[in-house]
Design a protein around this ligand. Structure first.
Ligand SMILES: C[S@@+](CC[C@H](N)C(=O)[O-])C[C@H]1O[C@@H](n2cnc3c(N)ncnc32)[C@H](O)[C@@H]1O
Length: 190
């Protein structure tokens, strides 16, 4: 999917993926974090409800990235209190940095499946030793795409060489429309 594709989706407000809140499984994970200084990244952030949630809870080192300037503008308009220096307008595959934690919320399903190995390798370069990738992956197939789906076996095979798979289980607290169709993941960089 090109940058133009995503700009057009934002321009025309074709943002059916936007659930208007932090997904409950991710909120629950964040709620048990104690270290507010963790360096956290939210890729393909869109309206970045997770960033707002983290910022309001006192996390001081959260960055967000989106390829679409309209997505970034939408977030800034929605939540102007977020530190501007932590907002990255870029292709995820071109950013640098080293993070303790990366939060996945409908970014993986937005990229073409041919880029999934590249996604894993990029996550590895962006995570500190023992850094974690957490969040949600769709456990279902879609016709066409994006979103692009998959299943647990596929994801296990994709991540197991580079990550210790701490959790990859059906989420029990998904929002209703995604019930039984999401896997919650906690993957630790090997
Ligand atoms: C399905 S949306 C999800 C947005 C948000 N995470 C949510 O759940 O509401 C995917 C987002 O990823 C962004 N995106 C797509 N490809 C990207 C890339 N290569 N680098 C950074 N952002 C990208 C799009 O602009 C879009 O905002």
């Amino acid at each position: 999917m090109s940058k133009t594709f995503w700009e057009d989706r934002w321009e025309n407000l074709q943002i059916g993926w936007d659930i208007g809140q932090v997904s409950p499984p991710i909120a629950e994970y964040i709620n048990q974090l104690e270290n507010k200084a963790l360096k956290i990244l939210i890729p393909g952030c869109g309206n970045a409800y997770e960033a707002e949630f983290l910022h309001k809870k006192g996390f001081t080192n959260v960055s967000i990235v989106d390829i679409s300037i309209k997505a970034i503008d939408s977030f800034i308009k929605r939540y102007p209190n977020f530190p501007k220096q932590n907002i990255i307008h870029s292709d995820f595959f071109e950013i640098d940095g080293q993070y303790d934690l990366i939060i996945e919320q409908t970014f993986f399903c937005a990229i073409n499946p041919s880029l999934r190995k590249k996604y894993v390798q990029k996550m590895i370069t962006l995570l500190k030793p023992k850094g974690k990738l957490i969040g949600l992956l769709f456990n279902t197939e879609f016709s066409g795409g994006p979103p692009f789906g998959g299943d647990k076996d596929e994801y296990f095979n994709l991540f197991e060489n580079d990550f210790t798979i701490k959790t990859m289980e059906k989420a029990y607290n998904s929002i209703k429309p995604r019930e039984d169709r999401e896997l919650f993941i906690i993957l630790e960089k090997k």
